[in-house]
Design a protein around this ligand. Structure first.
Ligand code: ADP
Ligand code: MG
Length: 332
């Protein structure tokens, strides 16, 4: 049974960056405004995430790592929405099958923090009182220690570190959560005090896009802000106009505040821009879509983050129309 669990867990958590994404989303779900990730060997040796969110109650500590245990059920009326929003109660369970997991957490009603370790989704030992601030700190050690083939597949710790940096600081989470603070710390021995990269962005997206992606991009982004009543689809974001072309298509897509991939939409927007941009040029597109869960197709692999829409053609067309309007709204 453990082997089966381990294989399933390896599907959910394929590399340190997956674990970080899942855990950052948990921090954000808990209302955190300040998130710090510390890494040793690109997260393979140590991966620690601290937040200032609402914490986990002591009585829930026993079960947080059990599969399909989620505290987020009550916010949604049906299972389908839960799956769609990525609340499957699988992340911590999976991590506990392929790493040593320790949680220290404190809620605002608690006089002290509590600490517990987990193995194969079960509490290991007791939940012990300890000192700590309000919020949660999750420590993942020796990722894939029991899956040697997977472990060996990681050739370069710095590549893993970079993947995490991309997902967290340079890119998407910091931008989408403008105003919140994200810090990435490299804790390897060669850097005795640790090296921190902090991304505390301002409150305006335009400035932040300039900071993260270059001032040329920042200067030429146009806001998209539209509601499609037929599809109950909110389309928000920033896209470059026909004055700005970059080397590589940067497409950042959030659906219902989850970072996802959507190849169909990506292709449609790429070819839309090809009509207007000089040959070899690409756009910057950051979109945040909000829609009822029942317009999303949940029958896709939950961890690949590839999303399909019901009525896909209509949704893509609606988004395309808004982006085209923005793309054409430059003066030259
Ligand atoms: P899910 O997010 O789908 O509920 P997870 O396995 O990611 O499942 O997390 C399990 C549960 O652990 C969550 O429902 C939440 O109650 C708790 N949890 C995990 N991380 C945090 C955190 N950073 N702050 C507060 N609670 C957390
Ligand atoms: Mg989660």
């Amino acid at each position: 049974e453990t082997v089966v669990n381990r294989i399933a867990a390896g599907e959910v958590i394929q590399r340190p960056a997956n674990a970080v994404k899942e855990m950052i989303e948990n921090c954000l779900d808990a209302g955190s405004t300040c998130i710090t990730v510390s890494l040793k060997s690109g997260g393979l040796k140590l991966l620690q995430i601290s937040d200032n969110g609402h914490g986990i109650r002591k009585e829930d500590m026993e079960i947080v790592c059990e599969r399909f245990t989620t505290s987020k059920l009550k916010e949604f009326d049906d299972l389908k929405s839960i799956a769609t929003f990525g609340f499957r109660g699988e992340a911590l369970a999976s991590i506990s099958h392929v790493a040593h997991l320790t949680i220290t957490t404190r809620t605002k009603d608690s006089k002290c923090a509590y600490k517990a370790s987990y193995l194969d989704s079960k509490l290991k030992g007791a939940v012990r009182p300890t000192a700590g601030n309000i919020g949660t700190q999750i420590t993942v050690e020796d990722l894939f220690y029991n899956v040697p083939t997977r472990r060996k597949a990681f050739k370069s710790a710095s590549e893993e570190h970079q993947k995490i940096a991309d997902v967290m600081t340079r890119f998407v989470y910091a931008l989408h959560n403008s105003g919140k603070s994200f810090t990435l710390r490299k804790m390897d021995q060669d850097v005795s005090a640790g090296v921190s990269v902090r991304t505390q962005l301002g409150s305006t997206h335009v400035t932040n896009i300039g900071t993260l992606f270059g001032s040329n991009v920042g200067k030429e982004v146009i806001q998209v802000d539209h509601f499609d009543p037929q599809l109950h689809l909110k389309i928000n974001g920033y896209v470059t106009n026909a004055n700005c072309s970059i080397k590589r298509f940067l497409f950042l897509l959030f659906i219902n505040n989850r970072l996802v991939e959507c190849t169909v939409l990506k292709k449609a927007l790429d070819s839309l821009y090809q009509t207007y941009l000089p040959k070899g040029g690409h756009p910057f597109v950051y979109l945040s879509l909000e829609m009822p869960a029942n317009n999303l197709d949940v029958n896709v692999h939950p961890t690949k983050h590839e999303v399909h829409f019901l009525h896909e053609g209509t949704v893509v067309e609606s988004v395309e129309k808004q982006v085209e309007a923005a793309l054409l709204s430059c003066d030259s």
